[in-house]
Design a protein around this ligand. Sequence first.
Ligand code: HEM
Length: 270
Amino acid sequence: MRLVHHPWEEGADFAIGLKPITADRWLEGGEADPAARKDPLFEAARELVWAETEGSRDGQAEVLALVEQTLGRADPRTDLPPLYAAARRVPDDLCLMQKRDGEWRLTALSLSAGTFFTASEVIGRSLAELHGPVGGFSERFLVRVQRIFEGLRPELVLERRNWTLVNSPELHTPHSAAIRARIGGIAPAQAGRALMIRVERQTLRRLPETGGAVFTIRVWLTPLEALAEEPARLAAFAGAWRAATPQFRAYKRFDLYDTLVEAFLHGQGA
Ligand code: HEM
């Protein structure tokens, strides 16, 4: 129950939060066999977890080459789209961004751990369209994020993290309704075990050959009760929970969890 990332310590509002990291820290690793988790979804629920557009295969192949450069070569899987062949080697979900008619668009993705969205819903979307549900994104962030994509130098790797709270221990959560319908059945005394802090660790880097960019999303799930072992982190989480901005709270539906989280925090003296 280790808390690997603690993004709530950096704030409780939407933020760009991209920071440079060294290339050797691009992929965190740490999952023994990502393909064992991803392949059954790729076979049985393809439209939830995989999508590609025409003309994206060169960019996909460059992502695979980067992953192989980082992790070493594996048996070639020429039967699979190259981006999926890359994704099944890493815990992360992989998103290929390419410029189409002047807009950065999502042209292929392997999304085995989507947080309440599916591959078929988002394929082909521009940065503005992808972030339509994120309150205030177009006014506050869109232009800056577009500039970051334009200016991404080949040797630069950028990292950001976000966080939310969910009542599901599953990585693959394409839809929110059935999960949220279960919140009422959680007793306050179970909150620490039933509620999970869901952190996404994301990276962005240029594909120098084909000119696109690869965006990675790695999901970490830790039960809320892990905070009880680390008083300073518990205090920081309580502060962030209570200070979260209205837009941030509304987007993440913190209203559904307030009673349970407060019960947990009070039980810990926070
Ligand atoms: C690299 C710059 C980017 C920034 C600064 C950014 C920022 C954000 C923020 C602030 C949110 C709200 C959740 C949160 O993180 O707290 C969000 C959600 C999201 N982002 Fe991004 N994002 C970036 C790139 C991308 C890319 C390349 C994709 C392509 C897959 C993407 C897809 C999404 C989706 C699908 C959501 C969820 C929207 C929903 O709830 O339906 N983002 N992003």
